[in-house]
Design a protein around this ligand. Structure first.
Ligand code: MSP
Length: 505
């Protein structure tokens, strides 16, 4: 079967602790992209999950007096709860402790071993448990891990190695032939620079760690957690278990990740796939970090560590939450998070711009046309202008989302909202309505704004699925929002509580 599915993945997250807004950032954006492509009528597969092996998770369990498996089984449902609360529409959730992952991983590794891609050699290195990664002495900052600022440990053991070095040139060739393989451009250039220096072979097993998947031909060692975790992207979609499904879904259209793990995804992973003779993902997109007070938000140590997505949803609602992270930081760059920004954007853009536009329009349709969207009797230049903005913004937003320019796409959609508000202020239908002879003009105005709101609700539904489904239904439309532009004439509108209640700061 040929590929017929648009496949998007998030990283699978370490479960040494609960999710914070940094993890949720990636997952919300992936969800937005998945929903957008579904709205465009594509068959989408959206995968997320948890990375449960390795020293980091084993230590978290030990600190709590539990076995790693007990700890994972306890904490994974709490990750799933956060994703449910954020209306994440993943089609699957993979856990690396599941047999459906472990078995195909063993096949994949054996396959590489049989192809002579793996050999045994002694290894000595500096290991950061929090990165689950060896560091070279030149990586360190003041002797500490450059990502976490915490001490590294010295490890010495016999390991299995993957012949990563032999993929230096094939990777350079792939980057050159596929300029969109690693995005954004900055990440691509950085990796290309490193590739040009040449790659070293990579230790892919650990003898000192027991919490992992055993090397199939050497039960004294487990597979290095990164090497098995990356394989989740194929084990979850039928690699080695369902060839037909695998062909329909793989290769992934995009692996969405944070910038600190671009090396693993855009160098190690494609080399592994090349070694196994499996096609490479279309794009690896590395976004920036959410910072708080200038530091990376992380589970422990630096930055604001304890902002729980739940607390923010309590205040801003799920739609306000999602909107903020999609809209506030140009996607790809680092962005500073602050509650004050979140509040002011919520009040300005959601409560005022969009919320008021919707409630005013619905209220006027109720007052002047008994709650039924009127026929567009008079359509003049201002109506045409708003209609063009709607059409242009919809088209531009689609192009931008296809190009991962999420923030810019939302800005485009906001052009509709802004224009519609300006238009109402200019047209003043509430004044026109005082004179019965203006009724055809008022009908044209309210019809035009209702159309603009319908398209806006559809375009914003991937960002704000709950509020936009509600707006869609208040506009008298049935089912879930679609881009099919259903005719609004004659629909019965319904007013209700504010879609985005104003926050008192
Ligand atoms: N388990 C690995 C990934 C394996 S994928 C085969 C891992 N897990 S993690 O729990 O540390 O999650 C890392 C990911 O969470 C980042 O790549 C990023 O997507 C997200 N983020 C974590 N902190 C973040 C910020 N402060 N800002 C934005 N995203 C962040 O690495």
């Amino acid at each position: 079967m040929p590929k017929d599915t648009w496949y998007i993945t998030t990283p699978i997250y370490y479960v040494n602790d609960l999710p914070h807004i940094g993890h949720a950032y990636t997952t919300v954006i992936a969800d937005f992209l998945a929903r957008w492509h579904r709205l465009r009528g594509r068959n989408v597969h959206f995968l997320t999950g948890t990375d449960e092996h390795g020293a980091k998770v084993a230590r978290a369990a030990e600190e709590r007096g539990k076995t790693p498996q007990e700890w994972c089984d306890e904490i994974v449902p709490r990750w799933m709860q956060v994703w449910e609360r954020l209306e994440i529409s993943n089609d699957d959730f993979i856990r690396t402790t599941e047999a459906r992952h472990e078995r195909p991983v063993a096949t994949f590794m054996t396959h590489l071993y049989e192809r002579d891609e793996i050999y045994r050699a002694p290894y000595e290195g500096l290991y950061c448990v929090r990165c689950e990664e060896y560091k070279s002495a030149s990586d360190l900052v003041d002797g500490n891990c450059p990502v976490h600022g915490s001490p590294v440990e010295s490890l010495k053991e016999d390991n299995w190695f993957f012949r990563l070095s032999s993929y230096t040139q094939p990777l350079i060739d792939h980057y050159e032939a596929n300029p969109g393989f690693v995005r954004p451009e900055r990440a691509r250039n950085e990796l290309m620079g490193k590739l040009r220096l040449g790659l070293d072979d990579l230790a892919i097993s650990r003898a000192s760690i027991t919490w992992g998947i055993p090397i199939p031909w050497d039960s004294d060692q487990v597979i290095y957690v990164w090497i098995e975790a990356l394989q989740n992207y194929i084990t979850a979609v039928g690699y080695d278990t369902d060839a037909d499904r695998f062909d329909r879904v793989w290769p992934a259209d995009v692996h969405l990740i944070g910038k600190e793990i671009v090396w693993h995804h855009a160098v190690v992973w494609p080399a592994m796939l090349m070694a196994a003779g499996i096609p490479l993902p279309e794009t690896v997109f590395a976004h920036g970090w959410l910072l708080a007070g200038g530091e990376k938000i992380s589970k422990s140590g630096r930055g604001i560590t304890q902002i729980s997505p739940h607390e923010l949803v309590d205040t801003f609602g799920v739609d306000g939450y999602r909107f903020h992270f999609l809209r506030a930081t140009p996607f790809g760059d680092d962005g500073n998070f602050s509650i004050e920004d979140m509040e002011s954007r919520y009040n300005a853009e959601l409560a005022n711009d969009l919320g008021n536009l919707a409630s005013r329009t619905i209220a006027m349709i109720e007052r002047y046309f008994d709650g039924t969207v009127p026929e567009p009797q008079v359509i003049e230049a201002p109506e045409h202008a708003l209609r063009s903005t709607v059409a242009e913004a919809a088209e531009a937003a689609d192009g931008l989302v296809s190009d991962f320019k999420v923030t810019e796409a939302l800005a485009q959609i906001w052009e509709i909202v802004r224009h519609a508000n300006r238009y109402l202020v200019e047209r003043e239908p509430w004044k026109l309505a005082r004179d019965e002879t203006n009724r055809p003009t008022v009908a044209g105005v309210l019809h035009t704004v209702a159309v603009a709101l319908t398209v806006t609700a559809a375009l914003l539904s991937p960002a704000m699925p709950v509020a936009m489904a509600e707006l869609w239904s208040r506009l008298g439309l049935a089912g879930a929002p679609t881009l099919d532009r259903p005719d609004v004439t004659g629909r019965r509108v319904r007013s209700g509580d504010a879609l985005f209640p104003r926050l008192e700061t």
